[in-house]
Structures are given as structure tokens and as C-alpha cells.
Design a protein around this ligand. Structure first.
Ligand code: GTP
Ligand code: ZN
Length: 373
């Protein structure tokens, strides 16, 4: 049986420098998306400090990071001040892949020092798996998110809807990508379509026959960064490799041959798609994708339900079992998949529970301390 693993000739494992080589461009900073707007955001950290330079975090690993500078991708470390130059509260994730930073050269060795971080514009964040009221930023300064789902695995109810909320909540435009369409699994693609509202693009792709990849490429916002999220094995690295036209990031099949037994991508790596600032940002497989708070992401991800809700008899209708509910009526008429309505109720309940916990916590902390947003 075809389990979705690649049985085609396995490319040689990439050298560690392969990804760094992608940044051997005339203007690596511009390729990372540096422009006047970002220069302005970094200005307070660079002002009157001629020894400082702008850079973008391409990768974070244990004990260090890799930074894209005007000279290419270089190893570095972060030594961020407790309070940054900016008012922004960044206690939750001090440094994330995609962050724009001010760097200095460390006098003691060759590495660069990231000494300050610019405020993030848009991001992909999830509930920190170990600190439930805090956000863990998976990718910073991203304009779009590819929500990657492999068609050879059962679609867990609510998974795509949840990813859409996460994307919208971070201010990024979601694009749903279903991988492994070449395996011809009946019904799997339709199940994905049912989870996606009409205003979000959904594309089925195959790295084997190349289907859908041009369409994905055309949907990427130019000059901006697009992050990829999805469970381990979803095909994120394969999409990036296919779009880059070369095997840069290790994919499952390569890792399966690894004598050291490595089997997961631990890096969240930023790669340039061309020299013009369009970038892709891989994230490690995220099985857990909890929400932290809702400042409009839920409504944006359920625009179809929001629209229908205008027709509910009660303005505060919960679309649960109320009389005169236009959302339930749409489900009964076959105009809205009930799974979308149930996902909405579930995600709303999760956010309400977190809001309750946050309020309790703030009450306990009492006055005198400023509550976290
Ligand atoms: N048949 C088929 N297999 C695919 C396709 N895309 C990816 N695969 C296979 O699925 C497996 C996982 O792909 P990866 O690209 O490594 O998945 P990933 O999402 O990057 O996984 P992590 O790095 O663990 O997060 C590999 O064995 C790929 O060869 C596809 O379009 N068709
Ligand atoms: Zn209703």
C-alpha cells in the first residue's frame, strides 16, 4: 500500500550549508523583505548606534540563531534587554523566527549579537503548550499562512477551522493547501473543502506530479513572508522544496534514511523564494494549536456564520438550539456544512473558557499590577 512516503530516488541529504547558500544573493536583506517600513520600525533601536545593523531571524536553535544580514545568513546569539527599546510587551516569546532585529558584532567571537527586536506586525501564534494563558509565537511578520493538511490522514474535526482562526487572529491571510492529491483518496479533498469558507482559497497539490503548485505560488503575497503550519508529515517541507525547485529542507524520506535516527524537523526556517522579499517560513509540526485570545480572529475565520447570524431572530443568538436561528436554518437547508457550525461553537467555547481563566487570574493578581492584555 502506498503510505504517502516517497519511493522515488532519494536525494542526497542536504549539507548544513545548503540553506545558508540560498541567502548568497546580491541583497540578502531585501530578499528577506527589508524595506522602508521595516527600517522605520527598527529605527529606534538603530538610532545613534553606528555599530548596529538590521537583520532578520532566519532560524532559532538551541543556544543560538541564524540571522540574515546585508552579508548573508550568519550564526548569531540573542542577548536581548529585559525591557526592549519598544514598549511592546514581548515577555511571551522574546525572539521568534521572522523577527527583525538590531545586531552588533560580538567582540569575543565571530557571532552576531541580536540586541533588540522590532515590534511584530503580524504573526502566527498558539497557546504555549506549557503556559496556557500565554502565546508562543511560531512565526513573526508574516502576511499569509499556508494551512497544510495531508489527504492521506483523517481530517480531525475542527482542525482546519482552528488553523484559520489562528491565522486571522495573527493578522495573516490563510490559504489552505491539501497535499498528496496524487494518492487519489476518495472524499478526502471534499472533506477539506467543507471545512473552508468561500472567502479562503483552498488548493490541492502534489509534489509527485506538480499539481496545484503554480496556483499556490500565485497566491503568495509578493514581497512578504508566508508561514507554513501543519502536523508533522503534512508535507510542509516538500511544498517549500517544490516551490524552490530544489531540495533544501530535509523531508521525511530523507530523514527516514538518516543513520542517526533523526526524524523531525526542529528548525523553523526562513527561506527566500526569490530576491524580492517573498519568503517562506517552515514551522515544525504542530499537533497542538490552542488559541490564546480572540480579538476578531474567530469572526474573521467564520465570516459565513457571521453573515448568516444577521438573520437570527435574537441578536445574541448562540446558534446552538435557539428558535429562529438562521445558522441552523442554513445547515438544515444544506447551505452550510454542520461541521463548520459545530467547530465554531467548540472554538468559541474554548476562547470563553480562557477568557474566564484570564479574568480570574487578573482578579487574583489584584490592583497595583497592570494586567496582561
Ligand atoms: N504521495 C505524496 N507524498 C508526499 C507529498 N508531499 C509530501 N509527501 C510525503 O510525505 C512525507 C512528509 O513530507 P514532509 O514534507 O517531510 O512533511 P513536513 O510537513 O515537512 O513534516 P515535518 O518536517 O515533520 O513537520 C514525506 O515522505 C513526503 O515524501 C505529495 O504531494 N504526494
Ligand atoms: Zn443563530
Amino acid at each position: 500500500m502506498d503510505d504517502g512516503r516517497d519511493d522515488a530516488p532519494v536525494p542526497a541529504p542536504p549539507e548544513p550549508d545548503d540553506v545558508a547558500d540560498l541567502w548568497d544573493l546580491d541583497d540578502p536583506l531585501a530578499a528577506a523583505g527589508y524595506d522602508e517600513a521595516i527600517a522605520a520600525r527598527l529605527a529606534p533601536a538603530l538610532a545613534d548606534r553606528p555599530e548596529r545593523r538590521p537583520a532578520r531571524v532566519a532560524r532559532i536553535e538551541y543556544g543560538g540563531c541564524h540571522l540574515v544580514t546585508a552579508d548573508g545568513r550568519r550564526p548569531g546569539v540573542a542577548r536581548l534587554p529585559r525591557a526592549s527599546t519598544y514598549d511592546d510587551d514581548r515577555a511571551e516569546t522574546p525572539l521568534a523566527v521572522g523577527d527583525w532585529v538590531a545586531v552588533e558584532r560580538d567582540s569575543s567571537d565571530d557571532r552576531l549579537l541580536a540586541v533588540d527586536v522590532a515590534p511584530r506586525e503580524r504573526r502566527v501564534g498558539r497557546r504555549d503548550p506549557s503556559r496556557e494563558l500565554l502565546e508562543q509565537v511560531l512565526a513573526a511578520n508574516v502576511a499569509a499562512v499556508l494551512v497544510v493538511h495531508p489527504l492521506d490522514r483523517p481530517l480531525r474535526p475542527g482542525r482546519i477551522e482552528r488553523s484559520l482562526v489562528v491565522a486571522h487572529e495573527g493578522g495573516a491571510q490563510p490559504i489552505v493547501v491539501a497535499t498528496k492529491i496524487d494518492l487519489d483518496l476518495p472524499g478526502a479533498w471534499q472533506a477539506v473543502r467543507d471545512a473552508v469558507p468561500p472567502d479562503v482559497p483552498a488548493v490541492a497539490v502534489s509534489k509527485r506530479d506538480g499539481r496545484g503548485l503554480d496556483e499556490v505560488l500565485a497566491l503568495l503575497p509578493r514581497g512578504e513572508t508566508t508561514a507554513l503550519i501543519g502536523e508533522s508529515g503534512a508535507g510542509k517541507s516538500s511544498i517549500i522544496n517544490a516551490l524552490l525547485g530544489q531540495n533544501v529542507l530535509q523531508t521525511g524520506s530523507v530523514r527516514a534514511r538518516d543513520a542517526k535516527g533523526r526524524h523531525t524537523t526542529t528548525a523553523r526556517e526562513l527561506v527566500p523564494l526569490d530576491g524580492t522579499g517573498t519568503c517562506l517560513l517552515d514551522t515544525p509540526g504542530t499537533r497542538e494549536l490552542g488559541m490564546v485570545r480572540d480579538t476578531g480572529g474567530l469572526a474573521a475565520a467564520f465570516s459565513d456564520i457571521e453573515e448568516l447570524a444577521a438573520g437570527c431572530r435574537f441578536a445574541d443568538c448562540r446558534h446552538d438550539r435557539e428558535a429562529g436561528c438562521a445558522v441552523i436554518a442554513a445547515v438544515e437547508a444544506g447551505a452550510l456544512p454542520d461541521q463548520r457550525r459545530r467547530s465554531f461553537l467548540e472554538l468559541r467555547a474554548e476562547i470563553e473558557e480562557l477568557d474566564g481563566k484570564r479574568e480570574d487570574r487578573e482578579r487574583r493578581l489584584g490592583e497595583g499590577r497592570r494586567p496582561r492584555r
